[in-house]
Design a protein around this ligand. Structure first.
Ligand SMILES: [Zn+2]
Length: 431
């Protein structure tokens, strides 16, 4: 079966609610074995819902102009919170089990820590969440709508990426200005979405009894064993230990490209006088090299990449109407991942087939876990697998970059270091 042949059915909330009530009717009085069966049955229903929600969101993100999935996406923005609330009801019931200690022995204690986190979601949050979802969809659509006239072509934001990395300085500057122009032209709308989002999230936190959105969001992110104080210390650690190194790397870059005394924001994307290390072939070439690489890396990764390509579980190339960025997700009932990206001819394309494929390989390896909450190891831990895959695949990078391979490795490694100050800056701003 190919991705396009997977069946999407709009989940019926009333029906799911009935199923839930039926399933948990006698939960309180059930024996341990019966409760285990009930929980497994419930998780199957959750997988049905997640399968359809994911099929919808992936297909919508591939082409935000597709009317059918735009409507379905709106439906999920509305009903998603109702389903979450139903899940919370189920989680509460599970947590109140008289066999809780034995259930923990059977499923492992972490499952119940995650269920605890979900309890922050209450019925009062539903209207706020619906509004939040609609705003997020609006933002994604606005970003995907960018049509930037440049170099005699109409470009999406992702397609503008390569122009910010070329050797010709004037082109880099003009490319940045063209990108900025899009944001300037839509400034009022971006500001409105942002302002509304801040307000609705803050109001939701207050309505749920939190001081602000930060602590609430920590629960939504399933951060079960650290808090915002710990994260603050981590940011300080980066600032003290990594920022000076990142600055040094930028100074070396400025010197390397001959702009020691005049290094500007539009020079950041240009790393080497000889040119940036771009992949030496088109998307098809990159995928074929990835197939070769994953077969040589291990039996397991070989099997994995054959599933990804055979079932067409990757949508890689930037195109009009496509959402920005890249992600990896999973489709539970089909036990497969999906990789979404915006290839644009830069080294980032190869980092997709390593980073996102690292996520995908992890979730593919976890596909037979019965508890859905265990298939991903929660957000931060997820990056261990993706970042590791980026570096585990270093011995194969020549396949993609040819003689520019050392420039790639230098740039990849410094990029990983430079990301840390950037990432914690955003984190501090969000806090
Ligand atoms: Zn990642």
């Amino acid at each position: 079966m190919k991705f396009n042949e997977m069946t999407y059915t709009r989940p019926d909330f009333e029906k799911s609610k009935k199923n839930y009530e039926e399933l948990f009717k006698n939960f309180k009085d059930q024996t341990l074995e019966e409760q285990i069966t009930t929980i497994n049955e419930w998780n199957k229903l959750s997988d049905d819902f997640a399968t359809n929600a994911t099929l919808c969101s992936v297909r919508h993100s591939i082409d935000t102009r597709d009317e059918f999935y735009e409507k379905e996406n709106e439906y999920f923005d509305e009903v998603g919170p109702l389903f979450s609330n139903l899940a919370v009801e189920a989680n509460k019931t599970i947590l109140s089990s008289k066999h809780l200690e034995d259930l923990k022995k059977h499923f492992g204690p972490h499952y119940f820590e995650i269920l605890e986190c979900s309890l922050v979601m209450k019925e009062e949050a539903i209207p706020f969440m619906q509004k939040e979802n609609a705003l997020v969809s609006k933002y994604n659509k606005l970003i995907a709508s960018a049509k930037i006239d440049f170099d005699g072509k109409t470009n999406t934001l992702a397609q503008m990426g390569p122009y910010t990395q070329v050797a010709d300085r004037k082109t880099r500057k003009e490319a940045h200005e063209a990108i900025t122009k899009f944001f300037e032209e839509n400034e009022a709308e971006f500001d409105k979405i942002y302002d509304d989002l801040v307000k609705v999230r803050n109001e939701m936190a207050l309505a749920l009894g939190y001081k602000n959105y930060v602590d609430l969001q920590y629960k939504f992110l399933y951060r079960t064993d650290y808090n915002s104080e710990d994260v603050k210390r981590y940011r300080e650690y980066i600032y003290k230990n990594f920022t000076p190194l990142a600055v040094k790397l930028r100074e070396k870059q400025a010197e390397r490209i001959g702009l020691k005394d005049d290094f500007k924001y539009y020079d950041w994307g240009f790393s080497f006088k000889e040119g940036n290390p771009n992949p030496i072939g088109d998307p098809e070439f990159i995928v074929n090299q990835a197939i070769k690489m994953y077969h040589e890396l291990s039996k397991e990764t070989g099997e994995f990449i054959d599933v990804m390509t055979g079932m067409e579980l990757m949508d890689l190339v930037a195109k009009p109407g496509k959402q920005a960025g890249g992600y990896c997700t999973d489709i539970p009932n089909y036990k497969v991942p999906f990789i979404f990206s915006n290839f644009n001819g830069t080294q980032g394309d190869v980092e997709v087939v390593t980073h996102e494929a690292g996520h995908a390989f992890q979730v593919y390896s976890s596909r037979n876990m019965i508890v859905p909450e265990y298939r991903w190891p929660t957000y931060e831990a997820c990056e261990i697998h993706s970042m590791s895959m980026e570096f585990l695949t270093w011995p194969w990078m020549e396949l993609f970059f040819g003689e520019a391979v050392n420039r790639f490795k230098y740039s990849h490694l410094s990029g990983a270091i430079e990301f840390l100050p950037y990432g914690v800056t955003i984190d501090e701003f969000q806090h």
